[in-house]
Design a binder for this molecule. Structure first.
Ligand code: AMP
Length: 209
């Protein structure tokens, strides 16, 4: 049980840690980025618009994001809580969230800009089974998926130019949320530069406090 927001730079490990926490706590993992990528795949009008914004490294307008998040948070499985990954991303999104389902804690995965850019550069997913990995951490994975042998693909917005803009967008629009939540006493800062297992242990420790 619990309502958690996962905050941090692109590449800080929000998706990886959210999936683990979701399994451990049996509460839904809600990723706005995944929702937009689904919309892109489906070719819907929202997807067509979102794709352009995402490949530019910018943010989808608040009113669109809020509509899909509010709909998702009104479903019954959220009665146990939520892990929000990639939302809120602006102070106005955070205020909106506070007005309908405020979080209990905000897990902030701190990481340097250089390390974030390096991780995004090496990030791949398997086109066949969907496994997520990093070719810098799993060298055996350079050519194909170590789980199923499928072809590895890069996210369309993980190219060097888009990564640069996404990090700038984060610093300008999302980083101020650390102060917003710190003032409310909700921020749990975790060193995101450690390995996946160690970061996860620290998250569990900090939310149990
Ligand atoms: P992510 O997978 O969280 O890195 O999100 C990928 C892209 O989706 C972002 O670069 C934005 O363009 C868009 N996006 C995801 N979540 C939000 C949000 N809360 N507000 C605005 N845009 C978002």
């Amino acid at each position: 049980m619990g309502r958690y927001v996962m905050l941090g730079m692109p590449g800080a490990g929000k998706g990886t840690q959210s999936r683990k926490l979701s399994q451990e706590m049996e509460i839904p993992h809600i990723s706005t980025g995944d929702m937009f990528r689904e919309a892109v795949k489906s070719g819907s009008p929202l997807g067509i618009r979102a794709r352009e914004i995402m490949t530019a490294g910018e943010l989808v307008p608040d009113e669109i994001v809020l509509e899909i998040v509010k709909e998702r948070l009104s479903r019954p499985d959220v009665s146990r809580g939520y892990i929000l990954d990639g939302f809120p991303r602006t102070v106005s999104q955070a205020r909106e969230l506070d007005s309908f389902q405020a979080p209990d804690a905000v897990i902030y995965l701190a990481l340097s800009q250089e390390e974030a850019a390096r991780r995004l550069e090496g990030r791949r997913s398997c086109g066949k089974c969907g496994a997520q990995l990093n070719i810098y951490l799993q060298e055996s994975a350079e050519d194909s998926c170590p789980k199923c042998g499928g072809e590895l693909v890069r996210r369309e917005d993980d190219t060097p130019e888009t990564v640069r803009v996404r990090i700038e967008t984060y610093i300008r629009q999302t980083k101020p949320l650390t102060e917003y939540y710190r003032e409310k006493g909700l921020l749990r800062e975790i060193d995101g530069a450690r390995g996946i297992g160690s970061v996860f242990e620290n998250i569990i420790r900090s939310v149990k406090k």
